[in-house]
Design a protein around this ligand. Sequence first.
Ligand SMILES: Nc1ncnc2c1ncn2[C@@H]1O[C@H](COP(=O)(O)OP(=O)(O)OP(=O)(O)O)[C@@H](O)[C@H]1O
Ligand SMILES: [Mg+2]
Length: 759
Amino acid sequence: MKIGGFKVGEYAFKEEGKKKHLVFDCASCVYHASISDDRVCMYHVLYALNEIDADVIVLSEVYERIYDEKQTLILKEIVKLIQKFSMEAPWSYNNLVNPQYLKDEGVVSARHKMIVTITHDLIAYDPLGAYFACLREINREKETFSSSGPDYKAGSAIYLKTLLYIKSAFEECELIKQTKKFLTELKEMPEFKEIYRALFEAQIKPAFIGSRLVFREEEGMELLDEYLVKNSTVQIFSHPNQTQNLYFINPPEYTLSPEKYFVLSKAKEIVSGYTPGKASLSTVAKSREYFERLYRSTIMEIAQQHNISLNKKEIVELSEIVARYSVGYGILEILLSDRKLTDIYLDSPIGQTPLYVMHSDFDQCLTNVLYTEREASALITKLRAMSARPFDEVHPVLDFDLPELETRVAAIGPPLAPDGVAFAFRLHKITPWTLPQFIDVKYLNPLAAGFISFLIDNQATMLVTGSRGSGKTSLLSACILEIPKNTRIIVQEDTLEIPVEYMKKVGFNIQRLKTRSPISVSKTEVEVEPEEALRTALRLGNSALVIGEVRSKEARTLYEAMRIGAAGNVVIGTIHADSAYAVWDRVVNDLEVPTTSFKATDIVVTARPIRFYGSLKSNRRVVEITEIRKHWIEEPAREGGLLDLMRYSAKEDNLELLEDNLKESELFDKISRISGQTLEEMWKDIRMRAESKRYLVEMKNKHDIPELLEADTASMANDKLMLLREKQIREFGKVNYDEILEQWKKWLNDKIIPRLIKK
Ligand SMILES: Nc1ncnc2c1ncn2[C@@H]1O[C@H](COP(=O)(O)OP(=O)(O)OP(=O)(O)O)[C@@H](O)[C@H]1O
Ligand SMILES: [Mg+2]
């Protein structure tokens, strides 16, 4: 298209997130692809907006510059102003002069030229320049006016009026309003270019990547943390006026040199010629390797052909990037590698709001990443192919474990999600939480950890409860690590969250059963119902039984088995509720377990996010350890069936032992009967476990060796403690707990700690 001798880059329309994008192909344009840096570019954009309406402007060359809705609106106002001026023609003769009094043609022609410049020519390239030209002309004219005679005044009043009218028309526009605000804040006149840059700060992204990054620094933002994830810098900021923190990611592919972009775009173009078949999509990891190899050789060829020098490291880096954006998950992949994130949410309509994440240190954060519809539909295609499950109007939920990424994705689509698809990713922890780690983050104290360890070793039945995300499943994993390694463990889950693979590697003997997910509404689900799986688990014989989450009919089967003692030795699980009483209520009233069967539960551990002094940051804490006593008939709370053994005090930020309640405990009697230990011995045992875990934390912090608390070492340390105890029982028929602790600490200091320090 040609306008006034210029070749204007071609433009096209695109709908995204229900918004109209006007996309300019700037590759063929000789001007700079930026509204703020090139007045001709501004002209092209205003010209196009004069012809077509749009919500978002995109200037596309190797990068894409994206001007959001607010910015586009500012431009559209200018276009309207130009249209208004051209309708009203303020440059017409009778707006310039009253010819009865002023006959100087030279003055009239100068006025004509000035008004045309301001309202017709300059405005389309540099609207701010036009406005300031208007202000200057007003000042100049006012001076001439006041020093001139009555004829001049009578002949020129209309001109001054026209100028003032133009000025006020300009001042209706957001561009001028914002500039004025800007200028009063600055107190000093900057160059127009700087003002344009401030107002039209575009989001920039490489053209071959869908996701946009929005960097908007604002005053008062405070850097809370900074770290690297897969060569990408992550920065966490707090915002002065927003309750959620900001999570900014800056992957290398957004800041490469133009040459490298060129190579990348070319490589992607060439390789997309060979589309992979469905089969290779379903084995992503394998096809990933294949593609990275293919990209490497293609990139080398392109670089050679175009005389671009790249070293080996750069070639590998570039091929990883292309693979990420072709066969991989795009920018999501980097977020998925940040294991400090626990969840990633992509809400519909996609493309309208940045995605947000749950961060294990900083809670909910808004990111700077805008995902696009195109990427979302590519992701859906990928998920369909990999899961071999349908996802459409009849099956609007797709719930799937991403292979190799330790991540569960739930996608929902219309009609369930009327605004289009949305995704939630849950990132599982690859190594399980351990009780010492929980002590370290103050989730619970050493005594509670020792107590839980003791209960599990003594085959108590325990349910962990709490609100969503309070750490139930994490605590359950930590509890599994306290089960003696010679016990067979059956883990039943509908979502594979417990790091079973890792636990097996560390020496646990675990059989996993995967049951059908309750949130999937898919009709072709092949997985087994939880109730059926549980019956199978019970038939597998004497094992510790771990139920990822008790949530439906299987509860009846479970309690029935526990009541008659057919459920094996240890039974532990999680259940969604917020206190021991609420667990009873759920189990009996919702899940229809007979109330007296509930007595098969020995202990309920309740966790809760605590906000100190109303702070926005919540900290997870175990708040209650409650014993379910056995002598009640209908309703345990009324009949003294719920006995808190430990209770959290917010004032002390500590889980306190309730010594008076302990005297009424029936559980210790029961354990005493089974194990033959006296109450005093049991407490010595608990305190020994507590001290050993506390000591691990102390040593970890003293020597700065976080590995000491990881599951492999922590469970080895636990084994050692138990072995030392066994040895004493065998040799002396009784246990000297202080002596064991001493031997154990020596072992830790001599054998384990030096090894970790060396690493
Ligand atoms: N004490 C803790 N401190 C910090 N982070 C924790 C703690 N406990 C758990 N987390 C993290 O919080 C996230 C949620 O934990 P988890 O899945 O165990 O909670 P949940 O109560 O089982 O949640 P849901 O209700 O969804 O089942 C996990 O990523 C976990 O690593
Ligand atoms: Mg859970």
